[in-house]
Design a protein around this ligand. Structure first.
Ligand code: ADP
Ligand code: MG
Length: 462
């Protein structure tokens, strides 16, 4: 059965991924419709689940049928459970050590795997398709960075812009630009594996790999990437071990002509807390900065944003906004979102008066404290329930969701402790609040109705 699965998988994922991720798997048993496979580490299991779930599902469908289920048995090497001093080595072989039976702990059986909502059959790039060059407005503030980015997008790994480092302050469009590069490459050279990762996620994956003895898997995963986009590298400051492994991955990719794209909130020379040898690598390519957008660019950004939302407003209003908000693009977008929210809540058009009021409110509100009452009122109003509903004992679905959103916003927008937030919601305890905050954070993390709701509501408290 497993051989039949492999045949299916081999057809739908790149050969190198297949060798790295599927060769080392040992089929253990088939129990009715449940196939158990043994994987070399926790990290391995996580990557399979994160990246190959569709391929696995397809394979099970073919080999066992729709009811086919998969269980993972993860090897825990007893001798290595204690923290072993870390040695970062370039992997000498692609195949993780084969499992010795005496290393196998009583099977840790993971829950049967579930089809996750992934849209690709193969490796996920973690790129957000909304970020493109098309909707990235060009201006004096970003001309060099944008054109360097475009050159890299057209010929990844070939130009002298390797690595490409984009730096600049918060909200100036670093993430948007590097994701646009990634999306461009992904769409135009389908055989290239593009991977977007924040430095924070990279660090966490690495620490997790250290903990679960999966460094080899971690490294070989990153070494099969064709285009690595790594966001906010300033996060690696003072993280020596993470820098060390990044250094090895960087070298390997660079030597193999793979493209590396990075962002940072400051110029490379100002990145103290990064090892010199890493910094000197950064200088091999090109660093380009993003500046605060000028008036003309701000106007163009507002127009583009409104166009995307299908909203028309007069030029005079656009100019007023562009003049008034001159910090960064994120701020500008925030103002537009509040304005749209105000207009739709008050059922009126966006005109100069509304724009002025909204901006004034934004300024005043940022000075005014947000109270739990105002959060509850706004949420109740938004969802068409009453404040009493939010505090009631009822656990009807229609009430649970608004209640959780309200708790989440209370946590974000007031200084109240979890305990007192619970108290204001009919005397619930703090673990209920934690659960609510977690649930809503997860929903807000990806495009969803909840995210829209939370953005609109937050705009009211700005
Ligand atoms: P950073 O990563 O530098 O903090 P982001 O890339 O997240 O900034 O940009 C913040 C917001 O501003 C995003 O929604 C992005 O789409 C938008 N943005 C930034 N620069 C531009 C631009 N030149 N044209 C259009 N939108 C932009
Ligand atoms: Mg960013």
């Amino acid at each position: 059965v497993w051989n039949r699965c492999l045949a299916v998988i081999r057809d739908i994922i790149p050969e190198q991924s297949f060798n790295t991720w599927f060769e080392p798997i040992v089929p253990l048993r088939l129990n009715g419709k449940i196939l158990t496979i043994q994987v070399p580490s926790e990290f391995f299991y996580e990557w399979l689940e994160e990246n190959f779930v569709h391929a696995l599902r397809r394979a099970l469908d073919t080999a066992i049928g729709r009811e086919g289920q998969l269980e993972y048995s993860i090897i825990v090497d007893k001798g290595n459970e204690q923290n072993r001093p870390l040695t970062v080595n370039m992997p000498t072989t692609k195949t993780p050590q084969s499992a010795k039976p005496d290393n196998v702990s009583p099977d840790i059986l993971k829950s049967p795997f579930q089809l996750k909502d992934l849209d690709s059959l193969t490796l996920d790039s973690y790129l957000n398709p909304v970020y493109t060059f098309d909707n990235y407005i060009e201006g004096d503030c970003n001309r060099l960075a944008r054109s360097a980015g475009y050159a890299v997008a057209e010929r990844p790994g070939v130009t002298s812009f390797n690595p490409l480092m984009i730096y600049g302050g918060v909200g100036l469009g670093k993430t948007h630009l590097v994701q646009a590069i990634g999306n461009y490459i992904k769409n135009n050279s389908q055989n290239k594996f593009v991977l977007y990762v924040t430095s924070e996620k990279f660090t966490n994956q690495f620490l997790n790999a250290v903990r679960t003895d999966g460094i080899r898997d971690f490294t070989s995963f990153y070494m099969q990437v064709d285009v690595l986009v790594i966001d906010d590298v300033q996060f690696l400051q003072k993280k020596e071990k993470t820098q060390e492994i990044f250094f090895h991955i960087f070298n390997h990719l660079h030597q193999s002509g793979k493209q590396i794209i990075m962002t940072s909130d400051r110029a490379p020379r100002a990145l103290d807390g990064l090892e010199d040898r890493l910094l000197s690598r950064f200088k091999w390519g090109l660093s380009a900065d993003l500046q605060t957008p000028d008036l003309e660019t701000r106007i163009a950004i507002i127009q583009k944003k409104l166009q995307a939302e299908g909203i028309y407003i007069e030029d005079a209003v656009i100019e007023y906004l562009a003049h008034s908000v001159n910090t960064n693009v994120r701020e500008l977008e925030g103002v537009i979102v509040s304005l749209i929210a105000q207009a739709s809540l008050n059922r009126r058009d966006i005109d100069l008066e509304l724009a002025k009021n909204t901006l004034r409110n934004i300024v005043e509100d940022s000075e005014r404290e947000v109270t739990i009452d105002s959060v509850q009122e706004a949420v109740a109003d938004y969802f068409g329930v009453t404040v009493a509903d939010l505090k009631a004992k009822s656990r009807k679905r229609e009430l649970v969701h608004p209640r959780q959103v309200a708790m989440y916003l209370a946590k974000e927008k007031t200084d109240l402790s979890l305990k007192s937030i619970g108290y204001h919601f009919g005397g619930r305890d703090h673990s209920t609040v934690i659960h609510a905050v977690q649930t809503i954070s997860d929903l807000v993390a990806k495009p969803s109705e909840t995210r829209n709701a939370v953005e609109k509501l937050k705009a009211l408290f700005k």
